[in-house]
Design a protein around this ligand. Structure first.
Ligand SMILES: *Cc1c(COP(=O)(O)O)cnc(C)c1O
Length: 350
């Protein structure tokens, strides 16, 4: 009953197999290999335009160097208060961005609303006193398992672009969002105004395979040096490239994500039927519920693994007592029906 995170899941067998196949003979290091060339072509085909893609080992690195690339040190990056960038990266964006400032915005369902963005852009005393907004970062899917629809991304990107900001998308779970929306990857990214994407594969079945994708390759100037300077140029890159290529080939990434999303939907439905209604709409592969401390203890004693989430993130007006816990359950392609059944049985207490 492991619902700790999707990166607690194993490597998908299809991807592990490709690592073994790539393990034949010699190939030049640092991305000068055929797997990397093939991946670059596949990324461009996937997004229906020429893109510049840079592999890195972690999503934190992808986010941090992506926003650093779009900003001057006196810029700010506007993001949701729950964004991974703001809550889970130990200051990496600020560090790689030379001291840039993250401005945390509120918003229901961990999403930023257009009026919130507009108001934030209206604040400040301007040059030289205030930080100058340099980028907007949107998490897709969000940290509470909701998704932005393409018209929502477009509305935000239009506001951002009108003020000269770059639009970054943290797609550590892009696959879950695309699978949920049923759109094309192009529609939810550059066609909706996204300039640079952190594209994750690790959580959805790969191992240490993340990418920064620029939809205008000219914007990527200097990125090769920035990645190296950040210590993120992978020497045996063929193994990361081979994984990412297999991930994208024949829609594997979406098949894996659909399994994860379906498991979350099933889990949410079953928890709902025993009175544990998800706190946020379950639109990707995460389910959040509030449950009594005793139920939490019973689940943990039965061996269930999951994260306790800060209650300060609960929507205002959420009912419940001081004795309640807010918990996060993350599903993956590897979540089994049996684990969902057991979890719900223990939660029900009979
Ligand atoms: C997991 C995650 C990341 C990347 O995290 P790493 O642990 O650095 O790979 C980035 N953004 C979001 C929203 C995530 O959930």
């Amino acid at each position: 009953m492991n619902f700790a995170s999707d990166n607690a899941a194993p490597i998908a067998p299809e991807i592990l197999e490709v690592i073994v196949r790539a393990n034949e003979g010699f190939a030049l290091a640092y991305g000068n290999d055929d797997w990397t060339r093939t991946l670059e072509r596949r990324m461009s085909a996937l997004f229906e335009r020429d893109v510049a893609a840079f592999l890195v080992a972690t999503g934190t690195a992808a986010n941090a160097i992506a926003v650093a690339h779009c900003c001057q040190p006196w810029n700010s990056v506007l993001c949701h208060a729950q964004a991974h960038l703001a809550t889970d990266e130990a200051g990496a964006p600020e560090f790689y961005g030379g001291g840039l400032k993250l401005v945390e915005l509120p918003g229901d369902d961990a999403k930023i609303a257009p009026e919130t963005l507009r108001a934030a852009l209206g604040r400040g005393r301007g040059v030289p006193h205030s930080v100058i907004p340099g980028a907007l970062s949107l998490s897709q899917s969000t940290e509470v398992g909701t998704v932005y629809h393409s018209d929502e991304v477009r509305a935000l990107a239009e506001i951002a672009h009108a003020r000269g900001l770059a639009v970054h998308m943290d797609g550590a779970r892009l696959a879950n969002a695309v699978a949920s929306l049923g759109c094309t990857p192009a529609e939810i990214t550059w066609k909706a105004g996204v300039d640079v994407l952190s594209f994750g594969a690790t959580k959805n079945g790969a191992m240490e395979a993340e990418a920064v994708v620029f939809f205008d390759p000219q914007r990527a100037e200097g990125m090769a040096s920035r990645r190296k300077r950040a210590g993120q140029l992978i020497s045996k890159q063929r193994f990361a490239a081979a994984q990412f290529e297999a991930y994208l080939r024949d829609g594997l990434w979406l098949r894996l994500a659909r399994r994860a999303n379906a498991a979350a939907a099933r889990l949410a439905e079953k928890l709902g039927s025993i009175g544990l209604k998800p706190v946020w709409p379950v639109e990707a592969n995460e389910v959040f519920v509030v449950l009594p401390h005793e139920t939490d203890q019973r689940l943990r004693q039965a061996g269930a693994t999951y994260a306790t989430w800060p209650r300060e993130f609960l929507p205002p007006g959420t009912s419940g007592s001081q004795n309640d816990e807010l918990i996060r359950l993350v599903t993956s392609f590897a979540t089994s029906d049996a684990d969902i059944e057991s979890f719900v049985r223990v939660a029900r207490g009979t």
